[in-house]
Write a protein that binds this ligand. Structure first.
Ligand code: CA
Length: 383
């Protein structure tokens, strides 16, 4: 969105908010709650920059993991698990979701509640509902925020969080709150901000409802031979672990897969030069929490470390230069110009861009590993 377009949308902010009143009324929001919440509301235009700069899409996997899975965060997570052991015990019994995953979400989302964000959820969601490229999505979040205020689950002054409107230690979006929040400590409020039992149980309930397989892990680090057919490394190409083994894939630690009949897809986030991962159902469940592979891998890995596991065994291609936002946009635009489907170029490297890079690599005699390297950009520029 251009600066001009943002200014124009901002000028119509209040008209836009008022137009949402009928939808709010249909949800049982009273005139007074709506009025009190919106009368003096102004858009927060600083958010518009953050919308296009999400680290889970803009950093390399290794930089992202380095920032989030540190020795300090591992120690703090273990201390947290100890401190709230009884809450984790009862939640694990009630929901069957591994406590280490919950603690990892807590750690990655807000550094265990210490980086919770200070933006008003109401203001953020209102801004994004009226300005920018995801208005439909955020209109639903804004209306859900009003519902939370109407029901009084979370105190208005505690309804603060990230630029996108996620709040509490494990960063519930307002719509996710509606679907998944539970009053585990039975005080009459579903308080995913200040009640630890409610936070832990609501997060577990979210994962469970999204299909978490009890007693199972998220996936395995694997070694992928250089001669491998990388076109198979795709979310849409799951196979049993046994079949992956037949393709030459091995666990990095040399051990066998405990349940070889399980279905998994192969992820090679840094291409042929980096580690591979076979991802089970629970990895896809974590991605429903935040649809970024780097995010889900950080959660899975931090959980393993909290449990006492070691670091990944294979090296990342740290010598690869990470593309800037301008370069990522250019890469997408060049791919689109050459007829590859990248969706709407947004500078964020998602599944569509990877698949387009793979097509390009395959047609140009390269290993189709989908990795957005500086070399690929050079090759596209030269055409
Ligand atoms: Ca409660």
């Amino acid at each position: 969105m251009t600066a001009d377009a943002i200014r124009t949308a901002a000028a119509h902010f209040h008209t836009c908010i008022d137009r949402m009143w009928p939808a709010a009324a249909r949800r049982g929001i009273s005139k007074s709650v709506f009025h009190n919440a919106t009368a003096s509301l102004t858009p927060d235009l600083r958010i518009m920059d953050l919308l296009d700069n999400q680290p889970e899409f803009t950093k390399s996997f290794w930089d992202y993991l380095d920032i989030l899975v540190t020795n300090e965060r591992i120690e703090q997570g273990r201390a947290l698990l100890e401190k709230y052991r009884s809450a984790f015990d009862s939640v694990e019994r009630a929901y069957g979701v591994d406590r280490h995953i919950i603690a990892a979400i807590w750690g990655v989302e807000t550094n265990y509640g210490t980086l919770i964000g200070e933006r008003s959820v109401l203001r953020s969601t209102a801004t994004l509902a009226c300005i920018g490229r995801r208005q439909d999505y955020f209109r639903e979040e804004f209306l859900s925020t009003l519902e939370i205020l109407q029901h009084g689950d979370v105190r208005p002054d505690r309804l603060v969080g990230s630029w996108a409107g996620a709040f509490g230690p494990t960063q519930f979006m307002p719509t996710a709150f509606k679907k998944y929040a539970v009053d585990f400590d039975r005080d009459g409020h579903r308080d995913v901000v200040d009640s630890v039992p409610d936070v832990v149980a609501s997060t577990a309930n979210n994962l469970k409802k999204d299909g978490w397989a009890t007693g199972n892990t998220w996936g395995y680090e694997v070694v992928v031979p250089a001669t491998f057919n990388f076109l198979l490394a795709d979310h849409s190409r799951p196979m049993s672990l046994r079949d992956w083994e037949r393709q030459g894939i091995r666990r990095a630690n040399g051990q066998p897969f405990p349940r070889p009949d399980e279905q998994a897809f192969l992820l090679v986030p840094a291409g042929v030069q980096g580690p591979g991962f076979l991802m089970l159902n629970n990895f896809s469940v974590i991605m429903k929490y935040n649809p970024a592979e780097a995010y889900a891998l950080a959660i899975g890995h931090l959980a393993d470390r909290l449990r006492g596991g070691g670091p990944f065994l294979q090296d990342w291609p740290r010598y690869e230069r990470v593309l800037s936002r301008t370069e990522r946009l250019e890469l997408q635009q060049l791919l689109a110009r050459h007829g590859y489907d990248v969706g709407e170029p947004d500078g964020l490297l998602g599944l569509k861009t990877r698949s387009a890079i793979r097509d390009f690599q395959a047609k140009n005699g390269r290993i189709p590993d989908g990795f957005a390297s500086a070399g690929i950009l050079d090759q596209l520029r030269a055409r």
